[in-house]
Design a protein around this ligand. Structure first.
Ligand code: ADP
Ligand code: MG
Length: 240
């Protein structure tokens, strides 16, 4: 579904991604871990065209992501992103936030969009918050609206960038539970996270990124229990 082939990305003279190669198959959950500044967010943003890259290729379901091409609009509607800081529209209700993309980007029928949005809010456990504004919701509830909004685009894959890092500890579980349910339904997911237990239980593969390179990648249980590289071991010691 998502293929990275020797992806290089620089901001000016600063090379942030130094030849990333990895594959995420349809229905797989892959967790991307690594220290702050290692390039995790940048890699995610390259997948849906929020950033350009200079060398190599990224493809989504067979289409190369090239921010300069007209295809990129098509890609970002097929790959949804969930951010650390929710990024909901503050002056729109939960329901309106979820309806926004399908209505104005996909230009779908309002009645059907509304029905699907209601069903999605129900699915993330927020059937009673459809008319609430973001400011009146907890962080965990806002993030669940953001996940419903991502699903409303009927994405082929969802990218999560530290979806629980901005949450109070007691709200982390409810968001991970929604993500776990998506994984069970075989949604293709690339998740940047420091939740190592989630990574171990839910993901198929783990990529460990450090200094713009994938230092180690492999099946979650193996990599997280028996990391081979010193840098992976160090990192896991610090976050676990
Ligand atoms: P991570 O998500 O792993 O913490 P990022 O992808 O955010 O890492 O950042 C990787 C590196 O790229 C950092 O050194 C960061 O300062 C740099 N960087 C990220 N975004 C920009 C930008 N828009 N302009 C310049 N440098 C950036
Ligand atoms: Mg980041």
């Amino acid at each position: 579904m998502i293929i990275f082939d020797d992806v290089h990305k620089s901001f000016g003279a600063h090379e942030v991604l130094k030849g990333i190669s990895a594959e995420i198959a349809k229905g797989q959950v892959v967790c991307l871990i690594g220290p702050s500044g290692s390039g995790k967010s940048t890699l995610l943003r390259c997948v849906n065209g929020l950033e350009t890259y200079q060398r190599g290729h990224i493809s989504v379901d067979g289409t190369v992501v090239d921010a300069a091409s007209s295809q990129v609009h098509a890609i970002c509607t097929r790959v949804s992103m969930v951010f650390q800081r929710f990024n909901l529209f503050p002056h729109r209700t939960s329901l309106e936030n979820v309806m926004e993309g399908p209505l104005y980007v996909l230009k779908e029928d309002r009645k059907q969009v509304r029905e699907r949005a209601l069903a999605l809010l129900n699915r993330v456990g927020l059937a009673d918050k459809t008319n609430a504004y973001p400011a009146s919701l907890s962080g965990g509830q806002q993030q669940r609206v953001a996940i419903a909004r991502a699903l409303a685009m009927r994405p082929q894959a969802i990218l999560f960038d530290e979806p629980t890092s901005a949450l109070d500890p007691e709200m982390v579980g409810e968001v991970l539970q929604v993500m776990r349910a998506l994984a069970d339904e075989n949604m293709t997911m690339l998740v940047v996270t420091h939740e190592i237990q989630f990574a171990r239980e839910v993901s198929d593969n783990v990529l460990f990124l450090d200094g713009g390179r994938i230092v180690e990648q492999g099946p979650a249980k193996e990599l997280l229990r028996h990391p081979k590289h010193e840098r992976t071991k160090d990192f896991l010691h610090r976050v676990m």
